[in-house]
Design a protein around this ligand. Structure first.
Ligand code: HEC
Length: 143
């Protein structure tokens, strides 16, 4: 009985976005998937885990304080650099527009490549699946 419970737990862990799950998700989209395909299999829990690399500089809860970077609650769909309580660089303000999936994907891949002069001192996330997971998580925190 206890062994059964153990197996059930392991299966649940797999569904939560573990490595095996990730491999399966990637397989299901085929070679060279575009962003839309990756977003269809993106996993909020995996995104939440990946957000660990952002958490030194960003909170994401509603009303969370800004750290080195602005609070990221409800970021998807919002105008770029629009938190009135955060002092953005002119470079990011001039970037303009709204945060949709395509812009977020490019920004997270290479912040300084997309917005030269930004103060977001972060090299970027090279893995497209991980970026899609992060976008799914940002989306889930935008409702
Ligand atoms: C070393 C600190 C640091 C890390 C790590 C970091 N950021 Fe940032 N982030 C910043 C700063 C600073 C800004 C403001 C940049 C500017 O004004 O040029 C910013 C801005 C942003 C913005 C634009 C916010 C707006 O209001 O338009 C988003 C989105 C964002 N970061 C997402 C992320 C995500 C997702 C991660 C993790 C994958 C991350 N950042 C990692 C410091 C960081």
């Amino acid at each position: 009985m206890r062994r059964l419970a153990m197996v059930a737990l392991l299966l649940l862990a797999g569904c939560g976005g573990g490595d095996a799950d990730r491999a399966g998700r990637l397989r299901s989209v085929g070679p060279n998937p575009d962003l839309a395909a990756l977003l269809r299999v993106a996993n909020v829990d995996a995104g939440r885990r990946a957000f660990g690399q952002c958490a030194a500089c960003h909170t994401i809860g509603a009303g969370g304080q800004s750290l080195a970077g602005p609070n990221l609650h409800a970021m998807m769909g919002r105008a770029v650099a629009s938190n009135p309580r955060f002092g953005y660089t002119q470079a990011l303000i001039d970037h303009g527009g709204r945060w949709n999936a395509a812009r977020m994907d490019a920004w997270l891949a290479a912040p300084a490549g997309v917005v030269p002069g930004t103060r977001m001192a972060f090299a970027g996330v090279r893995d497209p699946m991980e970026r899609a997971d992060l976008i799914a998580y940002l989306q889930s925190e935008s409702r």
